[in-house]
Design a protein around this ligand. Structure first.
Ligand SMILES: *Cc1c(COP(=O)(O)O)cnc(C)c1O
Length: 378
């Protein structure tokens, strides 16, 4: 069944007693036991809650996973996955990485003896060259933040299989609608559901999907042990958002293609990063391996003063962090989302003082272009 259809169906048949079409919000901490040594399947909401489970089953189905897990944020989800490793383990990581993930790796988990090497994971030779005897996993963003490099998952997965490494894919920018990482060799996919999955800039949530049942059991053990689970109200909001995933993403992408094309022709714009443009280095690979190019655009203006002008003068487009919601947002990665990336690495990657990142929403494309035009030329 089409992913969009499956997303609409999430939770639909959950409440067999009343037939409620929308899954109920089970706002309860605990559950009555029918008898000694008996359980309804639910005992305590950290261990399992029906609303959260409807979401967890839903994302598992969309990704073709054994199980899904819902967390209180994307960062909580990634932190939970790092508990699969132990002191001395080494992980190869996408260098062009969400700043919060970089901070979690380098300033939190490094204190527990994990080490991380940052490489360009769109270059499989670089991934191979970074292997060490203690390497246990490769962590990639399928489409990177903010420079929109596309990872060749089947190629990286081949290296992982050869060396018995786990492949973990942060698929936040694409969602299962555009790419299913577990079908392309990843063992685990992780999402900041705050972004496209929930889709309305109204809730913070994280999701994980795991392909193999035995590995899923270990992840569940950590989810329950640590307890950074998603509450029932927020689980309901994510399900509600996910029902419109396909129509939103179709519109997001259609707008992004128009805006990227317009930006590329503007005299004050010196560079546009959008994989839907044929000159993007990963355009052909992404065309083969994904169902679309997403709706994130990064671009450079011709001088730093224009950065502030654009951030202050855009009106329809809000100057705010985050991405993937129906409302268009613009940010300045160097001092916002990517402030925690070491300055040398930032400079090498191209995250500089003229780079802006645009999360294209679902407003009318012409209105968005008019807003950018007056901000650039005003
Ligand atoms: C936002 C984001 C995260 C972190 O998720 P939160 O829900 O903000 O905790 C992780 N990875 C990527 C690619 C993100 O964009």
């Amino acid at each position: 069944m089409n992913i969009g259809t499956q997303a609409v169906q999430i939770g639909l048949e959950w409440d067999t007693r009343t037939g409620a079409v929308s899954v109920p919000v089970y706002q309860t901490a605990t559950f009555r036991h029918p008898g000694l040594g008996q359980s309804t399947g639910y005992d305590y909401s950290r261990s399992g809650n029906p609303t959260r489970q409807a979401l967890e089953d839903g994302i598992a189905r969309l990704d073709g996973a054994a199980r899904g897990f819902a967390y209180s944020s994307g960062m909580a989800a990634i932190a939970n996955l790092l508990l699969l490793f132990k002191s001395g383990d080494h992980i190869i990581v996408t260098e062009d990485l969400y700043g919060g993930t970089c901070r979690l790796f380098d300033k939190v988990f490094n204190q527990f003896g994990l080490s991380f090497s940052y490489v360009d994971t769109s270059d499989t030779a670089a991934v191979r060259a970074a292997l060490q005897p203690s390497t246990k996993a490769v962590f990639v963003e399928t489409l990177t933040n903010p420079l929109l490099k596309f990872a060749d998952l089947p190629a990286i997965s081949a290296i992982c299989k050869e060396n018995r490494l786990l492949l973990i894919a942060d698929n936040t920018f694409l969602t299962p609608y555009l790419l299913r990482p577990l079908d392309q060799g990843a063992d685990i996919a992780v999402y900041s559901a705050t972004k496209y999955l929930a889709g309305h800039n109204d809730t913070v949530a994280g999701l994980v999907t795991v392909k193999a049942p035995a590995l899923a059991e270990r992840v569940y053990f950590h989810q329950n042990s640590v307890g950074a689970t998603l509450g029932p109200q927020d689980s309901w909001l994510v399900i509600r958002g996910m029902k419109t995933l396909s129509v939103r993403l179709d519109r997001h992408q259609e707008n992004a293609q128009k805006i990227a094309t317009w930006l590329a022709s503007h005299p004050r714009i010196t560079k546009v990063y959008y994989p839907g443009l044929s000159e993007h280095p990963d355009h052909d690979l992404m065309k083969r391996n994904a169902r679309g190019f997403g709706a994130m655009i990064a671009f450079e203006v011709d001088n730093h003063a224009l950065v502030e002008q654009v951030l202050l003068k855009t009106g329809l487009i809000s100057f705010a962090e985050s991405l993937g919601g129906v409302e268009s947002l613009i940010t300045f990665p160097e001092v916002q989302t990517h402030a925690d990336i070491p300055p040398e690495l930032r400079a090498r990657l191209g995250i500089n003082n003229v780079l802006l990142r645009l999360s294209v929403g679902i407003e009318d494309a012409e209105d968005l272009i008019a807003d950018l035009k007056q901000a650039l030329e005003g």
